[in-house]
Every structure is written in C-alpha cells, then in structure tokens.
Design a protein around this ligand. Structure first.
Ligand code: ADE
Length: 254
C-alpha cells in the first residue's frame, strides 16, 4: 500500500489519468491512495492568490511560499506517523534532477510520497530550501506546469507497488538490466505480407531467449547507446556489441 499526496493549483487535471485502467483498479483495490490538495484552499486573501511577481523583475509569476507551506503542513499532519520519518517531498520542475526507473524503484519502497506541482516561472526558493527533499524533472523539455510530470511519477512509481501489476509483467521490461525491451509480435503470423521472425514460431525456448537478448542489445546500441555504460553486460554481450561497432569508453562512469 502506498499513499500519494499531490499539491496542485489544478486538481481537476488529474481526473482522467488517475481514474482509468490500472491506476483506477489499484485504487479500488486499496493498493494506492491518491489524495489531491488544492493549494488555493490554503490562501488567506480575498483573491485566493497563490502567486506573485518575482523580486528582481523578470517575466512570469512565482508561487508564494506561505500557501504552499500551509498546504504542505496540513498534508503532513494527515496520517502522520507520530515520530515517524518525513516522507519524500518532491517538487516537479524542469530544473530538477532527471527522474529515472531507479528513482521510481526507490520511491516505490516508501509508504508515502508527496508531490508538489510547480507552476509559472517557479516556486519561492525559501519554501524549497525548507521543505523539499527532491527536485525532479521528467525530461529535457518544458511543460506548462508540474501536473503532467506528477502523473508520470505516480504512474511509474505506482505500478511498482507490490500487487499493482501481475508480477509476470514485471520480469523483463525496458530499462530492466539497463537494456531496452525486445520487439513483440502477436497473431497473425503473416500480417499484410509481413512475417513474424521465424525463431519465435520455432518453439526453441533457448534460441528465442538468445534472439530476444540480442534484439535488446541491438536496440539499445542503436537508440540509447548512453544506457550501455551502466547496463549489466556479460563478456559475451560485450563481444557481440563490439562486433557491431560498439566502442566502450575507457573510463567507466558511475
Ligand atoms: N514542469 C515543467 N516542465 C517539467 C518537467 N520537464 N519535469 C517536471 N516538471 C516540470
């Protein structure tokens, strides 16, 4: 069981993605609890203003620290473990560290995760310093706000919570072992003149496994050679990759 708390100016944006398919069933089954909190409910002025002009000038608006702090304090007090640890408090921002499968796996082991959707030109840095444990970006592009990014994180983390997916489908997937997934085929065996690779119809399980593994190596080399630096590779894998022109770098980074 895992609890997500999402602090946002646009709670309605979450209705579609969280109420369909696997995330919907996981919530109905009580495996995931997703709570949405409207930051504007924690403003105190007549106009319910959550943002203001940036000190020093510049374009756009900045999220004010006080409504965010009041919202987060209320959320932390809900269901608070008496002297328990603080859950990770994550700010979604294009200025964050890149969100990865490894990060998703680490957060899936937590009982609770708090996600704060940044907006406009940013969030007052004093709030970040005081409350935020992790600033993450879901990729090198800029969204209009953190909401879609938060949904990506809930999806990627939520599906790893035990019971949410069939364990079978968690075995080999893209980025598992640091390699991309192999190509998949289903019936018919001949579709509009295109054949399924014959090895998959052969019934030779060892050959199928070898073919799939080579496909993973080939795809990763072609599409994401950067992943090979950290992938778990056997000596045979390295040989195959070298035969395809791969040149491992001299110094291996972490
Ligand atoms: N907010 C705007 N762009 C973002 C991104 N790429 N990742 C996370 N939050 C964002």
């Amino acid at each position: 069981m895992m609890r997500f708390d999402i602090l946002t100016l646009f709670p309605e944006m979450f209705q579609g993605p969280l109420s369909e398919s696997i995330l919907k069933r996981a919530q109905q089954a009580g495996l995931l609890h997703i709570h949405l909190h409207d930051i504007r409910d924690y403003t105190t002025d007549r106009h319910r203003s959550a943002d203001d002009y940036p000190y020093g000038g510049g374009a756009g608006m900045v999220l004010k620290p006080e409504p965010l702090a009041r919202c987060l304090e209320a959320v932390l007090a809900e269901d608070g473990q008496p002297d328990g640890e603080r859950p990770p408090v994550v700010l979604l921002t294009p200025a964050g560290r890149l969100f990865t499968q490894a990060q998703a796996q680490a957060w899936a082991r937590q009982p609770r995760l708090i996600l704060i959707c940044g907006h406009y030109e940013g969030v007052d840095e004093r709030f970040i310093e005081r409350y935020v444990s992790d600033e993450v970006s879901i990729g090198d592009y800029v969204l209009t706000g953190g909401e879609l990014a938060a949904m990506v994180v809930v999806d990627a983390v939520g599906r790893l919570v035990p019971g949410v997916l069939d364990l079978s489908s968690l075995g080999e997937e893209s980025h598992d072992g640091g390699l991309l997934e192999y190509p998949q085929y289903t019936r018919p065996a001949n579709w509009r003149g295109s054949e399924v690779p014959p090895v998959l119809l052969s019934g030779h399980h060892a050959e199928i496994a070898r073919w799939r593994h080579e496909q993973r190596l080939r795809r990763t080399l072609e599409r994401r050679p950067d992943l090979l630096k950290r992938a778990r590779l056997s000596e045979r894998d390295r040989e195959i990759l070298r035969s395809w022109g791969w040149q491992p770098e001299e110094t291996s980074e972490r």
